[in-house]
Design a protein around this ligand. Structure first.
Ligand code: ATP
Length: 235
């Protein structure tokens, strides 16, 4: 589905990502974990085409996407759930969801999209006329997920979905991620909460100081004491 090879991205003279390579297979849920400042958000923003690539390649189903705009990428079936959710706080839940299907090809399926989305998130159906900014943090995160799903993505990029949420809500968010993946959507999950991310991912990459320092299945990574101590909170 997605292949990143030898990717380098920087801000001015400072390199934030150096020689990053990884891939996501069709239908796979891959996590990128790592500490604060590791380069996780930079990586997702480069893939989403918000940041220019210094060198290396990013390809989607074999075709390079490094020269595409975010809009063109969206037309290829890639949706992003950004860090901090970025809802339109003064608009209703349903108006936010409508913004997920602005493209004519998905707009045609608007009614079906809303029906499927409300079946998955019944609380959003109940609250569909409520102003999004008045929802709880967890419900706002659900709106961000639902809005992305309205675009009928094949690949979903999810940046730090657990940020600022209570543990019980975080569990619900990760359950939703697993549920979306079970419908066949490929997922790149960027997450500082490595323990939670490894619970749902099929494979993971550990990023530190802009480089991939480890990769494997969640079980492989948990079994490596040096990775556990440095990145998974295994003291
Ligand atoms: P966090 O979890 O804190 O968001 P992260 O793993 O997502 O961390 P990034 O935000 O991608 O990390 O940051 C990677 C590096 O790039 C850091 O050294 C950061 O200071 C730097 N950086 C991020 N954004 C910018 C920017 N707009 N201008 C300059 N440097 C930046």
């Amino acid at each position: 589905m997605l292949r990143v090879e030898n990717l380098c991205v920087g801000y001015g003279d400072a390199m934030a990502l150096t020689d990053i390579s990884f891939e996501i297979g069709d239908g796979e849920l891959v996590a990128i974990v790592g500490p604060n400042g590791a380069g996780k958000t930079t990586l997702v923003n480069a893939i989403a085409r918000f940041l220019p690539v210094r060198s290396g390649t990013i390809s989607l189903q074999g075709e390079s996407i490094v020269r595409l705009t975010p809009q063109q990428l969206s037309a290829l079936g890639v949706a992003i759930i950004p860090e901090g959710r970025r809802l339109f706080a003064s608009m209703t839940v349903e108006e936010n969801l409508e913004l997920g299907c602005y493209r004519p090809d998905v707009r045609r399926h608007r009614r079906d999209g809303l029906e499927t989305t409300y079946a998955m998130f019944p609380i959003l159906c109940e609250r569909r006329h409520q102003i999004a900014g008045t929802l709880s943090g967890g419900q706002q995160q659900m709106v961000a997920f639902a809005r992305a799903l309205m675009a009928r993505p094949r690949l979903l990029l999810i940046d730090e979905p657990s940020l600022g949420l209570a543990p019980v809500i975080i569990k619900q968010v990760f359950d939703v991620i697993a549920q979306i993946n079970a419908t066949g959507v490929s997922i790149l999950l960027i997450e500082q909460n490595a323990t939670k991310a490894l619970d749902v991912a099929q494979r993971a990459y550990v990023l530190d100081c802009g480089q991939v320092v480890a990769t494997g299945t969640p079980q492989d990574l948990r079994n490596r004491p040096e990775i556990g101590a440095a990145y998974l909170g295994h003291g």
